[in-house]
Design a protein around this ligand. Structure first.
Ligand code: UDH
Ligand code: NGS
Length: 379
């Protein structure tokens, strides 16, 4: 039999344990654990529709955008700030994505990767220039995110892929010169975005329109922990201009475009930054909160080795910028294709020794209709 005294003892012990447990639970760790579990519950009932912690689905409001037809026959200008802008975008890279899927998700994009907002007259027209070779996998993801991103901003836009022909060392800056001239030949764009293929914008408040001065848009990347690149690289004079940058045609011509002689990785973006200042301009930037990008991870490409001459060349930008640039860019267009999601311009930019005949590039075979009797003869 348990005595009354020992009953009290058990009761006090029980209360004591309760008190200790409560004290432990009320510590900060408990709060974190509760928040963690709450997040799990919220995620499972959210159906992935609005991932508020990591941004929203970039396609979330595209159907509303397509329905925004003009209220009368007279098209009015789109509002100063697009009502479809949402802020942070959730970016991930699911396997199995195809260009056909991207095309289906963007029914208003027309031949050559062009778009105009359906309900109003856009205030801006922007060409996106993407230097490219052997990065089809990255291009697919960029197109998946960039098309709806630009549509949410109610821009007139066109996407140009400037594809370097052959296997000679890659030259990012010269491809940009080609992109500038070829895009301007097609339309009087009021802004050009020079865009690496592996950088995905993560906030649609980072508007793809030009400022009064050249704008460096990719200022915070995941690979640098979203710290301002400028601070991290300890660059002098605020000149970092790599990744994604925006210039008007006038800006571009004032600085004589980009250099043509940086073959291989590195330095060309620093040269471009110096040219901005030599052209009498300065670089503007969005805030770190908005100028955020996710980089698709990769290693240095074959055919794009680090350029050992880059530091010597950089030391001479002040003397060379007027002698080498847009005014001296020589190239030969190999192929121009108006594809459903972009305009592809395959170009021979030659080598350090100058421009010679294009290396063998697979041109599409002319389609010769087979004669019926030939077909029959086969079987
Ligand atoms: N690009 C291609 N194909 C190539 C090389 C470059 O399409 O073979 C284009 C592409 O748009 C790319 C851009 O050029 O985004 C810039 O090249 P990059 O991605 O190689 O440059 P980044 O500075 O490279 O992003 C990081 C690789 C690690 C270099 C380490 C050197 N210390
Ligand atoms: C600088 C390079 C730039 C390059 C930047 C970031 O040092 O071309 O690093 O590179 N300049 C020179 O080499 C002179 S990154 O870390 O993104 O690979 O863009």
């Amino acid at each position: 039999m348990v005595s009354i005294q020992s009953k009290w003892r058990y009761l006090f012990m029980f209360l004591g344990v309760q008190l200790v447990v409560m004290a432990l639970l009320s510590r900060e760790g408990y709060q974190k654990r509760v928040t963690y579990f709450m997040r799990i519950f919220r995620k499972s009932d959210g159906g992935g529709r609005n991932l508020s912690a990591s941004g929203s689905d970039v396609y979330a409001n595209l159907t509303a955008l397509a329905r925004a037809l003009p209220s009368s026959d007279v098209m009015t200008y789109c509002p100063q700030t697009s009502p479809f802008i949402r802020g942070p975008i959730h970016v991930s890279f699911p396997s199995g994505l195809t260009l056909a899927q991207v095309q289906r998700k963007n029914p208003l994009v027309v031949r050559g990767g062009r778009y105009r907002p359906p309900g109003c007259e856009s205030r801006h027209s922007t060409a996106i220039i993407i230097p490219h070779r052997n990065r089809e996998h990255h291009l697919k993801f960029l197109l998946y995110y960039l098309h709806p991103f630009l549509q949410r901003q109610q821009l007139n836009y066109g996407i140009y892929i400037i594809h370097q022909a052959g296997n000679y060392t890659f030259n990012r800056a010269k491809l940009m010169n080609v992109g500038f001239r070829e895009a301007m030949r097609e339309e009087n764009w009021d802004c050009l975005f020079f865009h690496d293929v592996d950088l995905i914008p993560e906030d649609d408040r980072n508007t793809y329109v030009c400022d009064a001065n050249p704008k460096h848009a990719a200022i915070a990347m995941d690979k640098f922990g979203y710290k301002q690149v400028l601070v991290l690289l300890q660059l002098p004079y605020n000149l970092y201009f790599g990744g994604v940058s925006a210039l008007t045609p006038l800006h571009y011509l004032k600085m004589n475009g980009f250099p043509n002689n940086y073959w291989g990785w590195g330095g060309e973006d620093d040269d471009i930054g110096v040219r901005v200042s030599l052209g009498g301009m300065h670089i503007t930037r969005p805030s770190v909160r908005v100028g955020r990008y996710k980089m698709i991870k990769h290693k240095l490409d074959k055919g794009n080795d680090i350029n050992p001459k880059r530091f010597n060349m950089l030391a001479k930008t002040r003397q060379s910028w007027k002698l080498d640039g847009m005014n001296t860019a020589e190239y030969e267009i190999v192929l121009r294709q108006y594809l459903p999601l972009y305009t592809n311009i395959t170009v021979d930019i030659g080598t350090e020794d100058g421009l010679h005949k294009p290396p063998t590039v697979a041109k599409p075979e002319p389609v010769v209709p087979a004669k019926p009797n030939q077909e029959q003869g086969k079987s």
